[in-house]
Design a protein around this ligand. Structure first.
Ligand code: FES
Length: 173
């Protein structure tokens, strides 16, 4: 006579085992993607949150002397993700006899040195390789390939606001 309390091993259903394995692999793939996608975005995509202040105030233009360039300084705020920092910048600002104001980038268009106003010779002089520029930014001499680059500007209540720098398109011959 057989003992009724004995249990016999139950044969595992192969299709059920396959389904459980598939679910485990699918969950592993989802978890792997959840970890890999943000890591890949961090490594390979440029940060979208890097921003800089579009316009910065550089100072009062009402007291600028005609045809006498003045270097104006300003601070531009940058946001890089959660980090916010300010960076000092400068512009060479010229007021012409018709009251038109121009702001030049302080970077020489040859290899990027800082130039200065040479009042004695009435020209901008870059000491690195001797490029000189006229009051209107034209190249007078030296290896500089194009006139001085200019800031986009706007003037509100005699305050000068500087936008982005636009590269001068002309080339000297
Ligand atoms: S960097 Fe100004 S002349 Fe070369």
């Amino acid at each position: 006579m057989e003992n009724g309390s004995q249990t016999e091993p139950v044969a595992e259903n192969p299709s059920r085992r396959g389904f459980v394995n598939a679910v485990i692999y699918a969950l592993g793939a989802v978890m792997g993607a959840a970890l890999a996608i943000p890591a890949a975005r961090y490594l390979f995509l440029p940060p979208k949150t890097r921003k800089q202040q579009a316009w910065v105030e550089a100072g009062d233009v009402s007291r600028l002397a005609i045809d006498a360039p003045q270097e104006m300084t300003f601070r531009r705020i940058h946001a890089d993700g959660w980090k916010i920092y300010s960076e000092k910048g400068t512009a060479w600002v010229v007021k012409f006899p018709d009251d038109k104001v121009v702001a030049y980038s302080p970077i020489c268009t040859h290899l990027g040195c800082a130039y200065h106003w040479d009042a004695e010779n009435s020209e901008f002089l870059c000491p690195c390789h001797g490029s000189t520029f006229a009051l209107d930014g034209r190249v007078l001499s030296g290896p500089a390939p194009r006139p001085l680059d200019r800031y986009e500007i706007k003037i509100e209540n005699a305050r000068l606001w500087l936008g982005p720098v636009h590269q001068s398109g002309e080339t000297s011959s």
